[in-house]
Write a protein that binds this ligand. Structure first.
Ligand code: NAD
Ligand code: TYD
Length: 347
């Protein structure tokens, strides 16, 4: 089976690519990515020579190229992760998010339809999305698969739009699809613009830890390898045309999470208790900041038997260890464009 994974050089995509390359030697895995600032082939060094793996450098918004690649490689199943993924960047440059997340998804859908519309038997378009499409929760409640879409950021609006197009292509053209909406991921290889790796890097550099607003915003955190395992299960066992929510059953207020991170960092760096916490700095809030995300993952749990395997304390500890042991990776990704981004975002 020829499986196309888009965005495989990014954070979550690289874990999904590795899992599929290692566990399914009978599949050929094509990783399609145009290596934006967030894409990094260093994430896949350990598997790049496997005979069932091929990297294709391509932009999902380049219709001609994407059509050619579908024609050439006859991708039977697609796991679509390529996206612009950071809320703060979407506030600065929303159009980039429409181009990649909406138009890029449309181009993939069209190429997939063009190739297989005569017979969709055994084919799948798997769209990987986020819980942010549901907007924000108050202090109680959980997002279920039936929660109405109500996105608040340009990022979540672009992901919501792409979800709608995938579903519309299912209804209108009969494309076999599945969508998963997952909560905040963390783990190794995450670009240090997102909360956890940003703060790990700042602690290492003894820079302020910029907590937005009062820090009382809540997220539901999932270890990235547990997300990759959920994607594997959904890919093989899903009911077509369904949506599954994926979450960590693991809510944290930002400020509490940051304090736990600071404690673990102090222990690992042999610093006196309380050292890293002194770096916490409350800064101007993110516009349109969603108060709380929390996922009801009972459907995927009951129907497919998935549940997270790692506690947050364990996952966070493993994540920190990985960043401490991979300073070369961190140095590469924080040079160049990152410095400009950081100055613009935080100064
Ligand atoms: P990421 O930003 O780390 O990686 C995105 C990848 O897509 C990069 O490798 C980048 O080079 C590639 N890409 C971007 N634009 C492209 C284009 N035009 N053509 C080809 N490739 C392109 O993102 P991530 O955090 O790994 O997220 C992956 C997917 O999972 C996204 O669709 C995101 O919306 C979704 N998601 C992320 C989270 C999370 O917490 N990170 C949670 C739920 C869902
Ligand atoms: P982030 O990792 O950007 O994920 P998302 O916005 O998709 O949830 O942010 C997680 C939470 O951390 C969110 O409430 C915003 C907050 N945050 C900060 O307080 N400071 C920061 O510098 C960043 C990047 C995020």
């Amino acid at each position: 089976m020829n499986v196309l994974i888009t965005g495989g050089a990014g954070f979550i995509g690289s874990h999904v690519v590795r899992l599929f390359v290692e566990n399914y030697p009978e599949y050929h895995i094509y990783n399609l990515d145009n290596l934006t600032y967030a894409g990094n082939l260093e994430n896949l060094k350990d598997i790049e020579r496997q005979s069932n793996y091929t990297f294709l450098k391509a932009d999902i918004t380049d219709e001609t190229h994407i059509n050619e690649l579908f024609e050439t490689y006859k991708f039977e199943r697609v796991i679509h992760l390529a996206a612009e993924s950071h809320v703060d960047r979407s506030i600065t440059d929303p159009l980039a998010f429409v181009k990649t997340n909406v138009i890029g998804t449309m181009i993939l859908l069209n190429s997939f339809k063009k190739l297989w519309s005569n017979n969709y038997e055994g084919k799948l378009f798997y769209h990987v999305s986020t819980d942010e499409v549901y907007g924000t929760l108050g202090v109680t409640g959980l997002f279920t698969e039936n929660t109405s879409y109500d996105p608040n950021s340009p990022y979540s609006a672009s992901k919501a739009s792409s979800d709608h197009f995938v579903r519309a292509y299912g209804e209108t053209y009969g494309i076999p699809y599945v969508i998963t909406n997952c909560s905040n991921n963390y783990g190794q290889n995450q670009f240090p613009e997102k909360l956890i790796p940003l703060f790990i890097n700042n602690i290492l550099e003894e820079k302020p830890l910029p907590v937005y607003g009062d820090g009382n915003y809540t997220r539901d955190w999932l270890y990235v390898q547990d997300h990759a395992k959920a994607i594997d299960l959904v890919f093989h066992k899903c009911a077509l045309g369904e949506t599954y929510n994926i979450g960590g059953f693991n809510e944290w207020k930002n400020i509490d999470l940051v304090k736990l991170l600071c404690q673990q960092m102090d222990e690992k760096l042999n610093k006196p208790k309380g050292t890293s916490e002194q770096l916490i700095t409350f800064v101007k809030d993110r516009p349109g900041h969603d108060l709380r995300y929390a996922i009801d993952a009972s459907k995927i749990n009951k129907e497919l038997g998935w549940k997270p395997s790692v506690t947050f304390e364990e996952g966070l500890s493993k994540t920190i260890d990985w960043y401490l042991n991979n300073d070369e990776w961190l140095n590469h990704v924080t040079s160049g464009e990152y410095q400009t981004y950081y100055q613009t975002q935080y100064n």
